[in-house]
Design a protein around this ligand. Structure first.
Ligand SMILES: Nc1ncnc2c1ncn2[C@@H]1O[C@H](COP(=O)(O)OP(=O)(O)OP(=O)(O)O)[C@@H](O)[C@H]1O
Length: 292
C-alpha cells in the first residue's frame, strides 16, 4: 500500500474494509489512518463494528475485503516478529485465575524480549497493593488494569485498547489516562475504543466515529462536527415562557435582544453551543432519530 506522508508510513492504513457476519454487513468499506505516535479514539454505538475493526487490525479476525497495513504489514499474514511490536488489550479477561497478579506479569514477561519491569507495571496501573492477590479474586476493574499492564508489558510500538476503562472507578480511570499519556509521550501509537466521550476528549489527538459500517467523521475532538458546532442557541425567559433562537451569529441576536430591553435584565439568558456528546449523537443518528 502506498505511504501517504514523506516520512514514516502511518501506523495503521485501512482502505475499503468489509466484514459481514451471516450475510449482514458490519463494516461496509471502512477507511482509516492512524498516524505514528498519535492517540486515536474510535467511537461508535454498540454493534457499530469497533471491536471487529480492532480484531482485523490485530490479525485475529479475517476480513472479507479491503487493504490493511499495520506497522507496514498485513496482519492476516504477518509473523511473530510483527506480533511482538503490537500490544493488545481486548475486552475479554485473558489471564488465568490461579496465579497472583505479580506471578501473572512475571509469567508473561518470559515471552517478551525486553519487558517493562513488573514493579513499574504494577505502579503504572495502580495494582501495587494487589500484587500478591490471585487474579480470580480481583474485581472487574482491577482485572482491566491487569489486562492493560499485560498489553503494554512488551513495550509495543502500537497498542490496541478495546474499551480499556470499562468497569474502572474514577480514580483508576484517571490513573489509566496518565498511563496512556506516558505511553504516547514515549512515542507509542495508541488506538483505543471507548464509549466515554470525556475519555476521547482527554486522550485522543484525533477521534473517528464509526456508523453505518464506515468512518463518518475524523477530527481532533474539539473540531469534531465543525459544521454542527457552528450553530449556537440563545435562550432567555420571555413573558413567563422560554425563548430559544438557533443562530450562527449569536452576537447579532444578543445585540437585538439587549436593544429591545434597554433598561431591564434579560432573565435566564444563555448562549450555548453543542458539546462533544451533542455532536456525537447527531453524527450517529439516522434520519429516524435512532442510532444507526
Ligand atoms: N463472531 C460473530 N458472529 C456473528 N456476529 C458477530 C460476531 N462478532 C460480532 N458480531 C456482530 O457484529 C456487530 C459488530 O460487533 P462489534 O463487537 O464489532 O461492535 P462494537 O462496535 O465493538 O460494539 P460494542 O460497542 O457493543 O462493543 C454486532 O452486531 C455483533 O453482534
Amino acid at each position: 500500500m502506498p505511504t501517504t506522508t514523506g516520512g514514516l508510513a502511518p501506523a495503521v492504513e485501512v482502505r475499503g474494509l468489509r466484514k459481514s457476519y451471516g450475510g449482514k454487513a458490519v463494516l461496509d468499506g471502512l477507511d482509516l489512518e492512524v498516524r505514528r505516535g498519535e492517540c486515536f479514539a474510535l467511537l461508535g454505538p454498540n454493534g457499530a463494528g469497533k471491536t471487529t475493526t480492532i480484531e482485523v487490525l490485530e490479525g485475529v479476525r479475517r476480513r472479507d475485503a479491503g487493504e490493511v497495513a499495520v506497522l507496514g504489514e498485513d496482519p492476516a499474514t504477518a509473523g511473530r516478529a510483527w506480533r511482538a511490536r503490537i500490544g493488545v488489550v481486548s475486552q475479554g479477561e485473558g489471564a488465568g485465575q490461579a496465579l497472583s497478579v505479580r506471578e501473572t506479569l512475571d509469567h508473561f514477561a518470559r515471552y517478551t524480549s525486553t519487558p517493562r519491569p513488573t514493579d513499574e507495571l504494577l505502579a503504572a496501573v495502580g495494582l501495587k497493593e494487589k500484587a500478591d492477590t490471585r487474579v480470580g479474586r480481583l474485581s472487574g476493574g482491577q482485572r482491566r488494569r491487569l489486562a492493560v499492564a499485560l498489553g503494554v508489558q512488551g513495550r509495543p510500538e502500537l497498542v490496541f485498547l478495546d474499551e480499556p476503562t470499562t468497569g474502572m472507578d474514577p480514580v483508576a480511570r484517571r490513573q489509566f489516562w496518565q498511563l496512556v499519556r506516558d505511553l504516547r509521550a514515549g512515542g507509542t501509537t495508541v488506538l483505543l475504543t471507548t464509549h466515554y466521550l470525556d475519555e476521547a476528549a482527554e486522550l485522543a489527538d484525533r477521534v473517528g466515529v464509526i456508523a453505518g459500517g464506515r468512518l463518518v467523521e475524523v477530527a481532533p475532538p474539539a473540531e469534531l462536527g465543525a459544521a454542527l458546532r457552528r450553530e449556537a442557541t440563545v435562550r432567555w425567559r420571555d413573558d413567563g415562557g422560554w425563548r430559544a433562537v438557533p443562530t450562527e451569529t449569536p452576537a447579532a441576536v444578543l445585540r437585538d435582544l439587549l436593544a429591545a430591553h434597554p433598561h431591564a435584565e434579560v432573565l435566564g439568558l444563555t448562549v450555548t453551543r453543542p458539546d462533544l456528546e451533542d455532536v456525537y449523537l447527531q453524527l450517529v443518528a439516522t434520519p429516524g432519530g435512532e442510532p444507526r
